[in-house]
Design a protein around this ligand. Structure first.
Ligand code: DSN
Length: 439
């Protein structure tokens, strides 16, 4: 498809196009994408995203910008914020954070009055995000990171111990939500103790925002979170970006003043419409999508368990989210297993699991899987059985990954249409053919 461009371009320009094309073809048509922090946007979201807004500046708030040229951007930002606020029943939304980490940075800044103080956080091996730790923005803001007690069998925060710890330490901030995230963290269970000590509860919804949108997993603002931060591209299948939501006017007013100019100058305007379309996809199709994603994760976990894999969370039925986590120490650990699977066109990622020490970050014991993107491509429980069988043949039976990989490619060819989005006629995108998506 791109060969015709070769004669028009210098060699290195052609190579840039070619690498982009090859990546898109591989990841959008040939692989099983199972990294739980990724997803795929719909053609309509892509169309809105590929906009002139990607070239423009709009620092500040709608209708009070530092730049001219934003008469449509202002309206779009107000509308997009309303669409997202309605979806999550939040009084206040700020879509300007350009990532979940940036949203966290601004929120930590606001909740600690510019840094310092103490935060209780899930331990890293139990899945807290790097931005919640001393290695990330929390540490950069000089906030002390104190690990919450974690029950590895339950794969969750230990509620009784955590309540005692909150009363004793009186943290400024308790951070829930995480990156290894099988079961809902105890938001309502801890909220009373946080209130008692005059602290704030921040819920990082990044991994499960799409499940929350579909009415599954949590409803953090009603369960006691003072502020919700998130990225917008994991189970919520939007463009890469971030957001903040709260029902607390004081927090919102402070956040508005900190996100710009401290954490972003421009906020990457083409995200706004694309995030709003994604929110509308979740409004109309999110319940069905979230339910199927969770059903798929449970089915995948059960089939993998039946094949003899060590699947975490067995005591609680393996998972209530989009994630499945394996202990793959007996196969050499997460890194070699993820590389082997990649050779068979199955994309996963190595991850720390309870029992791993901080030094094991590059050679952890676990493998983290997500079903959200397979679900978007239309897969259901019966396909999870086939996916689990591919894992068994590659990892347990040690069949050549290239051989299984060829079958994975064939299997994937049946799932090339993105589901849980608006049905549009085939020629709906004709006007936009000048913006080819290179696959
Ligand atoms: N949240 C990380 C992950 O789960 O992969 C990415 O920042």
């Amino acid at each position: 498809m791109i060969e015709g461009l070769r004669s028009f371009l210098p060699e290195d320009a052609y190579r840039v196009v070619e690498l982009t094309y090859l990546h898109n073809k591989w990841r959008k048509t040939e692989t099983l994408n199972m990294i739980p922090s990724e997803n795929v946007t719909s053609p309509l979201v892509d169309m809105v995203y590929m906009s002139d807004m990607m070239h423009r500046y709009a620092e500040g708030m709608p209708f009070k910008r530092f730049y001219q040229g934003n008469i449509y951007v202002d309206q779009l930002e107000v509308l997009a914020s309303k669409i997202v606020a309605d979806l999550f029943k939040a009084k206040y939304v700020d879509l300007r954070p350009i990532s979940g980490t940036i949203a966290n940075g601004a929120a930590f800044h606001v909740l600690t009055g510019g840094g310092g103080g103490k935060a209780l956080v899930a331990p890293v091996y139990a899945g807290s995000h790097v931005s919640h730790t001393k290695y990330g923005i929390l540490g950069a803001l000089r906030i002390e990171e104190i690990p919450l007690p974690f029950d590895a069998e339950e794969m969750n925060i230990d509620v009784d111990k955590a309540v005692r710890q909150i009363r004793e330490i009186k943290p400024d901030l308790v951070i829930l939500g995480g990156s290894v995230y099988l079961f809902p963290h105890p938001v309502s269970e801890l909220s009373e103790a946080v209130e008692e000590v005059d602290g704030k509860l921040l819920y990082d919804a990044a991994h499960v925002l799409g499940l929350i949108a579909g009415g599954k997993f949590h409803d953090p603002l009603r369960e006691g979170a003072h502020i919700v931060t998130s990225s917008t591209h994991k189970t919520f299948p939007g463009p890469q970006g971030g957001l903040m939501m709260t029902n607390d006017e004081k927090i919102y007013k402070k956040f508005k003043k900190v996100i710009f100019p401290v954490f972003v100058s421009n906020h990457h305007l083409h995200r706004l419409g694309a995030t709003a379309i994604t929110a509308l996809e979740m409004k109309y199709f999110g319940k069905e999508y979230a339910e199927q994603t969770i059903r798929n994760a449970k089915a995948l976990a059960e089939h993998l368990h039946t094949y003899g894999f060590k699947v975490l969370g067995e005591k609680r039925g393996f998972t209530e989210s989009h994630q499945v986590v394996l202990d793959v120490r007996e196969f050499g650990g997460g890194a070699p297993v993820a590389e082997l699977l990649e050779r068979a066109n199955i994309i996963t990622n190595k991850n720390m699991i309870p029992g791993d020490t901080p030094e094991m970050v590059k050679r952890p014991s676990g493998l983290r899987l997500g079903t959200q993107e397979l679900t978007r491509w239309g897969m259901k429980e019966r396909e999870m059985e086939q996916v689990a069988e591919f894992f068994k043949r590659i990892i347990i039976d040690k069949e050549p990954p290239d051989k299984v990989g060829a079958e994975v490619k064939e299997f994937r060819k049946q799932f090339l249409k993105i589901h849980y989005t608006f049905e549009l006629p085939d020629d709906a995108f004709r006007e936009f053919e000048k913006l080819p998506l290179l696959y």
